[in-house]
Every structure is written in C-alpha cells, then in structure tokens.
Design a protein around this ligand. Structure first.
Ligand code: NI
Length: 149
C-alpha cells in the first residue's frame, strides 16, 4: 500500500483560476483528483511508448470518403497487421467525411509504426494516436488510490 504524500505547488492566480474553471467543468470534486489524472495521463503516455510488453493505443482517422480507394488502402494496411488490430469503429460524419477509430494492441514500436502509417496514408485529413497502457501498468498506477478512498 502506498503512503499518501502532500506537497504544495506555487502558481500564478490566473493560471489556478483557469485550472479551477476547467476541472469544475469536467466535474472533478477536488483539485487533487484532477492533478492525479493529469499526472497519470502524462506518465502513461510517456512510459507506454517506450515500455516493453503489450501496450494499447487508440488511433483516430478522419478522411473524405470520396477520396479514391482510400478506405480500401486503410483496410489493406490493417489486414496486413491484423494481429495488432483489436477493433475498428467507423462513423459516417456527414455526406463526405468518415471518422475511423481503431484500437491497437501489441508491442509499442509496432503500434507506433502502424499508427503512423495509417495517419500518413494519402487522403487522411486528420489523425491522432493516443497510447494508454496495458493491464499491468494500469494496475500498478491505480493500486495506491484504491486504499485512499
Ligand atoms: Ni463513412
């Protein structure tokens, strides 16, 4: 069980005011909980991109579905790396544009390679890859909190 540590932070009052408004809008009950989430997010993102073992990431792609053969090219690339692809959700945003969200699972460098390749596919208008973490890492970061509530 981890010990709960208190520390103080100095920052400019406008920055704190903006932070308080942000976290109130997001529904956080306390600054502590909001700061824990921010720290976890940064740590997970940094670590999981370099960590060994199984990692998980979400890749989102926005593209024009009239772009010639683009959907086929994206599908081909996913089939080629089918062991990394857990699932894909396709959303028709409107008459022209599609949003595709894919969950990838596997070694970090392979996830990164495939994610980059999908985002770089000609015709993709916007793409993003967000690493979360595998079960092991999440359990480690969360175990401390379960004892504090
Ligand atoms: Ni569509």
């Amino acid at each position: 069980m981890s010990e709960l540590v208190r520390f103080s932070v100095s920052l400019e009052s406008p920055l704190l005011g903006a932070f308080d408004r942000l976290i109130e809008g997001k529904g956080y009950a306390t600054r502590s909980e909001a700061i824990r989430d921010l720290l976890r997010e940064q740590l997970l993102r940094e670590r999981s991109q370099r960590a060994r073992g199984e990692q998980v990431a979400v890749v989102s792609l926005v593209y024009d579905h009239h772009e010639r053969r683009l959907a086929d090219r994206l599908m081909d690339r996913q089939h080629h790396h089918h062991r990394l692809v857990v699932s894909t959700m396709h959303v028709h945003l409107g008459p022209h544009h599609c949003l595709e969200v894919t969950v990838l699972r596997g070694p970090a460098h392979q996830i990164r390679q495939l994610g980059d390749k999908l985002i770089a596919t000609k015709g993709v208008l916007h793409g993003e890859i967000r690493f979360t973490a595998g079960e092991q890492e999440l359990s480690r970061l969360h175990s401390a909190e379960h004892h504090q509530e």
